[in-house]
Design a protein around this ligand. Structure first.
Ligand code: FAD
Ligand code: SF4
Ligand code: SF4
Length: 464
């Protein structure tokens, strides 16, 4: 083991220069070198009680993989991570580590926590470049399971079951797997070849992915069960965008962030050789303060627009990751905080601006954040030709409507037994954003993993 590194701060990760990256879609963060990774790994104290592990929804054995990185045994580190995490190159990039594993790290008490996410990313990238593709085909156990949706929850559930010998078919509505990893999170935060590589790893395990198949339309859950699938996991996400319900939202030039990001990511609007229909805009306003708003704003900036984020609370209450807000500012995205749109202005059928009202913060609401209240008579208008609404999403009701016996809450989220992820319908399980509403990749993966264990117990009985 190398000598312990007592530095209070993380080893810096190189990033592309903000001026340069605001003009391209290449990855912003460039990753650690082997030397940087070993130096950062030497900050880990190898705590006996392993508090960091309790902060990871899939239970990655963090101190064990970090010990191997410190020794330079990167292949060993990868094996440890893969025991619990099917998508480590993705999680190392997009997990909100500051509120998960790293929030529990004891090094965070008197300085910065160990950079667990950066180390996980390093190991996964190293393995992709240096290790031969794993070819493990578990012995078939004779059981068949269907998974609806190839996002992180569905893929994780499928991978866990395939490892146990189940014949798993994943039915995906879009032409490519990955869910939000493919159509939502932009290339400059999560390059798509990395998503494809991690999906290929699952296919090598025997997971069969059928794209362009909308369950509830092409086939129903009942029909899948009639075809011999003994259990179904629903991981259909929360892709239905919300709007504000204000005047002018019907004008040409007002789009949901989901639609905008899908056109940029999945339909490759950022590539010159693609003729993707997309509203590029010269003056773009993005409404919202979450990760989705930051992604939309940073995409619009890269497509050449002058971009302003409008958010009704202050920066402190913004749900987006601090790092994403910081990166957006560095790239030249402007912020108008404590104000809220009241009307979209237009000439003919096109947007010309957004009238907003200033807000002030009152008492905390149910979310614990201070409630924004309008300041009477403070309206003002910002010029814009494009408005992107990033106000959150809900689950699409299609599966609920077409699957008898499923129950949902008032937000349209599928209700499950939290211990097993089983829905009100026997042998039909659900997890990820379809159950929680818009959340995180790793929580969706944790739900997929929990459901896989419950499906296995229901179909094969308890294991030793
Ligand atoms: P999804 O990823 O939504 O996947 C669901 C899949 O099901 C989709 O592929 C969909 O096409 C398919 N599907 C839906 N209905 C059907 C049907 N009827 N039949 C067949 N297939 C169907 N989380 C983070 O942790 N970090 C981030 O940085 C982050 N950034 C984000 C940025 C954006 C722009 C967005 C939109 C979300 C972000 N999130 C982030 C949230 C995260 O991506 C989601 O919480 C996560 O992807 C949920 O996984 P899931 O498997 O439940 O659903
Ligand atoms: Fe942390 Fe996410 Fe890795 Fe778990 S999967 S250790 S939460 S970065
Ligand atoms: Fe290492 Fe931090 Fe986990 Fe302790 S809590 S084992 S220092 S990563």
């Amino acid at each position: 083991m190398s000598e312990r590194n007592l530095s209070a701060v993380k080893v810096e990760m190189p990033v592309q220069d903000p001026q340069v990256r605001a003009q391209n879609f290449e990855e912003v963060a460039l990753g650690y070198t082997p030397e940087m990774a070993r130096e950062e790994a030497a900050r880990c104290l190898q705590c006996r009680h392993r508090p960091c592990v309790s902060g990871c929804p899939v239970g990655v054995r963090i101190p064990d993989f970090i010990a191997r990185v410190a020794e330079g045994d990167f292949a060993g580190a990868y094996r440890v991570i893969r025991e619990n995490n099917a998508l480590p190159a993705v999680c190392g990039r997009v997990c909100p580590q500051e509120s998960q594993c790293e929030s529990k790290c004891v090094r965070g008490i008197k300085g910065e926590p160990v950079a667990i996410g950066r180390l996980e990313r390093f190991v996964a990238d190293w393995a992709r470049e240096h290790l031969p593709a794993e070819e493990v085909r578990p012995e078939p156990n004779g059981h068949k399971v269907a998974v609806v949706g190839a996002g992180p929850s569905g893929l994780t559930c499928a991978g866990e079951l395939a490892k146990l010998g189940y014949a798993v078919t994943v039915f995906e509505a879009l032409h490519t797997p990955g869910g939000v990893l493919s159509y939502g999170i932009p290339e400059f935060r999560l390059p798509k070849y990395i998503v494809h590589k991690e999906v290929e790893g699952l296919e090598r395990l025997g997971v069969h992915i059928l794209t362009d198949t909308v369950i509830g339309r092409t086939e129903s859950v009942d029909e899948l069960m009639a075809q011999g699938f003994e259990a179904v996991f629903i991981g259909s996400g929360a892709g239905l965008p919300r709007f504000m319900g204000i005047d002018g939202e019907e004008l040409g030039g007002v789009v949901s962030a989901n639609e905008y990001l899908t056109r940029v990511n999945l339909m490759k609007a950022y590539k010159d050789e693609y003729d993707t229909p997309i509203r590029r805009g010269k003056k773009v306003i993005v409404v919202g303060g979450g990760n989705v708003a930051m992604d939309a704003a940073r995409c619009a900036k890269r497509l050449g627009a002058e971009v302003t984020v409008v958010y009704r609370r202050s920066e402190e209450e913004m749900p987006a990751r601090r790092e994403e807000i910081h990166h957006a500012k560095e790239e030249g995205v402007a912020f108008r905080l404590l104000c809220n749109p009241v009307k979209i202005e237009g000439a003919g059928s096109l947007v010309t601006g957004v009238t907003c009202i200033e807000m002030q913060l009152g008492e905390p609401d149910a979310s614990g954040r201070r409630r924004p209240e309008p300041v009477a008579g403070s309206e003002f208008t910002l010029e814009a030709d494009t408005v992107i609404m990033a106000l959150g999403t809900s689950p699409n009701p299609l599966l609920h409507r077409t699957t008898p016996g499923l129950s949902t809450d008032r937000h349209g989220c599928i209700i499950v037994d939290e211990a097993t992820m089983e829905t009100a319908r026997e042998k039909v399980y659900a997890g990820g954003d379809a159950v929680t509403g818009a959340a995180t990749v790793i929580l969706a993966m944790g739900a997929g993993k929990k459901a896989a264990a419950a499906i296995d117990a229901a179909l094969s009985g308890p294991r030793d």
